[in-house]
Structures are given as C-alpha cells and as structure tokens.
Design a protein around this ligand. Structure first.
Ligand SMILES: Nc1ncnc2c1ncn2[C@@H]1O[C@H](COP(=O)(O)OP(=O)(O)O)[C@@H](O)[C@H]1O
Ligand SMILES: [Mg+2]
Length: 296
C-alpha cells in the first residue's frame, strides 16, 4: 500500500470514528448537489434562488460553486469574490475568509481554479480542508453544490458523495435524455443516491408532470428506481432580465411567476421528509467519507 492510500485510509477511519462520538451529534448541514445532464438549463439560477428562498424560510444555507469549467454564481449576484477554494486548499486562507457574502448576506464559496486541485491534495492539505469544511458545516442547515453539467468524473463523484441530488432539466428532449443519462450513470455507480427533479422553463404545470412521467417511466423500467418531481419553474422573461442586471430573479422581481414557483418549491422541499443516502454517515462527514473513497 502506498503512502497516499495509507493516509487516505487513516482519514476515512478518523471520519468514521468521530461520527460515532458525541461531538458529531451536533448539527451538520445536509449536502445537496444541483446537477443536470445538459448545460444551460438553469442550474445556477435555480441554486441561487432556491438558496435565497430557503434562507427566507429561516434556514442557514451555503452555496458552493463547484462548476469547474463555468463557475458563475458570483456573476449572477454581481459579487466579486476576493478568494476562492484555491486559497483554502493552499492553506493561505481559512474557511471564514473564503466564504463570501453575496446577495442578502447569502454565504457562498467560489470554486474557481481550486476545484481541480481538490483532487490531488496531500494528506495534510486534505486534513486541513476536511476540518475547515466540517467547521462551517456545523453552522449550516444546507450546503448546496452547483455542479458542472454532464458526466465528468469530478461531478459524478460529488453527486455520489452528497445526501441527495436535485436534477434540473427543461422540457427539451435533449435536456431530458441527458438528465436521464446522468441519473443512469450515477445510479450505476451508487444505488443510494436519491434524486428529485426540478423541471425548469415549463409553459405550465402539466408540462412538468409530462417530463417527470417520461423520466420516471424509463427509470422505473430500466433502473428499478423512482425519480420524483420536486417542482417546476415557469419559463419567465424576468429570469433573463435579472441575469443581465446581475441580481437574483427572486430579489429583482419578487412577484414574478418564476420567483413564486421557487418559493413554492422551497416550501415543499422543507415539507417532504428528507430522503437520501442510506448509510449512517450523513452531512459533511458522510460527504467527505464517500468522496475520499472515490477520489483515491
Ligand atoms: N425559468 C427560466 N425562464 C426563462 N429563462 C431562463 C429560466 N431559467 C434559466 N433561464 C435562462 O437560461 C440561462 C442559463 O441559466 P443558468 O442558470 O446559467 O444555467 P446553467 O447553470 O444550467 O448553465 C439564463 O441566463 C437565462 O437566460
Ligand atoms: Mg451554471
């Protein structure tokens, strides 16, 4: 066994031990990934406005911009992050320093160029990252990862490590088939990942149900799994207008149809019993544990 594998095993078993101690019974954020098969379907807008809606409902939410290629949560809020994950990974900054406060004091971490480095960390850097991310997790109810579209190895690792995955798609046939492909590949790697659908840019509620039925039918037949609908967001020109203003649409146009949809969806999200990873390690410890096992 090489050094790196050995140190990884040590870290994994530390996480397992500490999760059974009293300290870990303290609160730990639920880890959600927002993903899609196809790009440009509205993941980042959904992540941002969903997080704001949960915040309005009294929950503590942190956004982690984990889209390696096209990170842009900051742009959608008109924020200019000083630091990103890179500075944390290099040990140059603490987690408090890399967490930026965006619209309405919504905390977020800009992934930036650090994301690629996350996969090649030394043991001491990895320990530092794990302890820092656990620290912040105790102060949050939800950590939402906005992942890249599609099936890169990194994205799939994030999804399988999280407590659940919200899959965003539009009613376009290409977006639907790509969403299904994502679910299929992730499910093939880890049958415990729970998915829920967010159907974006619909003309009406029926259309959202039709898209859900299409995905559910194949998922049931070929994967023997359920992919329930979490909610839908109407196609609404206010979204693009808000993007141009670099203000979240639910803030810029609080009574527009998309903003009301997001609000309804967030309320439903909090109402439905939380599903997710069946193993005992949930929250950030479970996330790091599963993620590390897949990474090395
Ligand atoms: N509900 C919606 N109604 C109208 N346009 C939308 C909606 N959601 C997203 N869009 C458009 O799609 C673009 C891409 O959205 P974005 O959230 O950046 O997608 P992704 O993160 O999946 O690449 C937005 O800039 C906006 O113009
Ligand atoms: Mg995006």
């Amino acid at each position: 066994m090489n050094d790196q594998a050995q140190s990884l095993r040590r870290l994994v078993s530390t996480l397992e031990e500490s999760s059974s101690t009293q300290a870990s019974k303290s609160r730990s954020a639920r880890i959600i990934t927002v993903s899609s098969g196809k790009g440009g379907v509205g993941k980042s807008n959904f992540t941002l406005n969903f997080a704001l809606a949960l915040k309005t409902l009294g929950r503590k939410v942190l956004i982690f911009d984990a889209d390696i290629g096209m990170a842009n949560i900051d742009v959608l809020m008109g924020a200019r992050p000083r630091y990103n994950l890179y500075h944390l990974l290099k040990g140059e900054r603490s987690i408090e320093e890399i967490v930026e406060l965006g619209a309405f004091g919504l905390p977020f971490i800009a992934g930036g160029s650090g994301m690629a480095d996350l996969f090649t960390l030394s043991e001491s850097d990895l320990n530092y990252f794990t302890s820092q991310i656990e620290g912040i997790s105790e102060q949050m109810d939800f950590i939402i990862f906005d992942t890249g579209a599609g099936l890169s190895k990194e994205t799939v690792k994030f999804i399988t490590a999280a407590d659940e995955c919200l899959v965003v798609t539009t009613p376009e046939p290409t977006a639907i088939t790509d969403a299904y492909a994502l679910i299929k590949v992730v499910h093939g790697m880890d049958q415990d990942v729970a998915f829920r659908l967010v159907i974006n840019r619909v003309a009406n509620k029926q259309e959202a149900q039709q898209v859900t039925d299409k995905i559910s039918l194949v998922a049931r037949r070929f994967l023997d799994m359920e992919v329930p609908l979490l909610g839908h967001i109407h196609d609404d020109p206010h979204v693009m207008q808000a993007v141009k203003k670099q203000v979240p649409f639910s803030t810029a146009f609080p009574s527009c149809v998309a903003a009301r949809d997001i609000q309804r969806l967030a309320i439903k999200y909090l109402e439905v019993p939380q599903i997710g990873q069946k193993d005992t390690l949930t929250g950030i410890k479970g996330f790091m544990h599963r993620w590390l096992k897949r990474t090395r």
